[in-house]
Ligand binder design. Sequence first.
Ligand code: G4P
Ligand code: NA
Ligand code: NA
Length: 195
Amino acid sequence: MNYLQKRILKDGQVIDEKILKIDSFLNHQIDPKVMHEIQSDFFDYFKSREITKVLTIEASGIAPAIMVAAHFQVPMLFAKKSEPSTLAGQDKFSTLVHSFTKNKTSEIIISKEYLNEHDKVLIIDDFLANGEASLGLIDLVKQAGAEVVGVGICVEKSFQPGRQRLIDAGVDVHSVCRIASLAGNKVTFVDEEDE
Ligand code: G4P
Ligand code: NA
Ligand code: NA
């Protein structure tokens, strides 16, 4: 069991069969020790790849993304969320992301200034559920003509379809921890079962 899995068992709160709360070390208060362990896991997995930029989405992706970017010694860029707008800015890449968890659609945007066709992009996020956020970020990378090197996720909820949707899109997905189930008020990881 890795450090993040241990912390989830120690400090995570199962809210219901779909939602895990980890506000004490990742989503509200942030423990640098957890961030350090997470970034070194991502670095080990992606280190042989050429990466020019780390991309995430505000707010909770920023902490793990900056740690990974520091290790790769490349900039970290985060997509900003705004109210959906019909005004397609000349200077921005934008796409729509629907959150099933929050039942809300947001426009996410990045300035064209910070992503171009020479970039090789590692996408990082805190949670992977339905994959909407990651697919939106992939769309932004493609609009820029840049390459998606992979997607790194801190906590993947493997009982939701996000991972499969990313794999179907041809993306290399690496998750520091994969949750098979939150049933019975208990966290069960994928490797404890049989993968
Ligand atoms: P998806 O991108 O994989 O489709 O996920 P979804 O729309 O369901 O997630 C919407 C928001 O809810 C995201 O945060 C995501 O990180 C968060 N989320 C999803 N599942 C869980 C969970 O089990 N626990 C916690 N704590 N968060 C979860 P966001 O809206 O982007 O907000 P922010 O936290 O980054 O500001
Ligand atoms: Na997030
Ligand atoms: Na989040």
